[in-house]
Design a protein around this ligand. Structure first.
Ligand code: SF4
Length: 189
């Protein structure tokens, strides 16, 4: 059974070591179109059947540094690339890494490239985090275009689903969800 967060209980400032489990440029499975995928290290949700258990440790992988940031930005500049995907681990507990790379993308490309993010939090749990004063989570949420939310639930596993592993997970349009104050499905889902 995956762990359930208490609002404000898990904080990137205490947990993140600024490390990434991996980086894959020019992939076509982590969202719509050709994408650059950054996998951050560290996830406390501990879902049964997690696809990337090695990345539960916040000390796993390599440091996110200038060289990696430059490489990601150079790859994102390729005209075939639609956008950046943030996966984990848990991106909302590596907000230092995620906000840095998204900030660089927005500075270079504005909203011409999109940002997708996979999180173990539900959208409603993220709103509760924001209400509890988690400004870094609010800042990351504000930068996203699409959010795939919720824990992986092995009893709900469905290999036919696009972009998600279990039926409880949702593919959400983040700007519309934030404007409405409730989860709004992404139109392409
Ligand atoms: S939230 Fe995702 S990365 Fe974290 S334990 Fe669950 S499946 Fe694994």
């Amino acid at each position: 059974m995956a762990r359930t967060p208490v609002p404000g209980g898990w904080r990137a400032a205490r947990l993140s070591q600024g490390r990434v489990a991996g980086y894959q440029p020019f992939v076509m499975v982590d969202g719509e179109g050709v994408r650059c995928s950054l996998y951050v290290s560290g996830c406390p949700f501990a879902c049964d059947g997690c696809f990337n258990e090695a990345a539960w440790s916040f000390r796993y992988g390599e440091p996110y540094d200038e060289a990696l940031a430059d490489r990601v930005l150079a790859d994102l500049a390729h005209e075939a690339v639609q956008g950046l995907s943030l996966l984990g681990g848990e991106p909302f507990l590596s907000t230092g890494v995620c906000l840095d790379v998204v900030g660089r993308l927005r500075a270079a490309h504005g909203r011409a490239k999109d940002v997708w993010c996979w999180t173990g939090y539900t959208f409603e749990e993220l709103l509760a985090e924001v209400a509890a004063g988690q400004d870094d989570k609010a800042a990351l949420l504000a930068e996203l275009d699409v959010l795939v939310d919720g824990r992986f639930e092995i009893a709900e596993r469905d290999l036919t689903l696009a972009f998600r592993g279990s039926r409880n997970q949702r593919v959400l349009d983040v700007p519309r969800s934030l404007a409405a104050g409730r989860a709004v499905p992404w139109a392409g889902a």
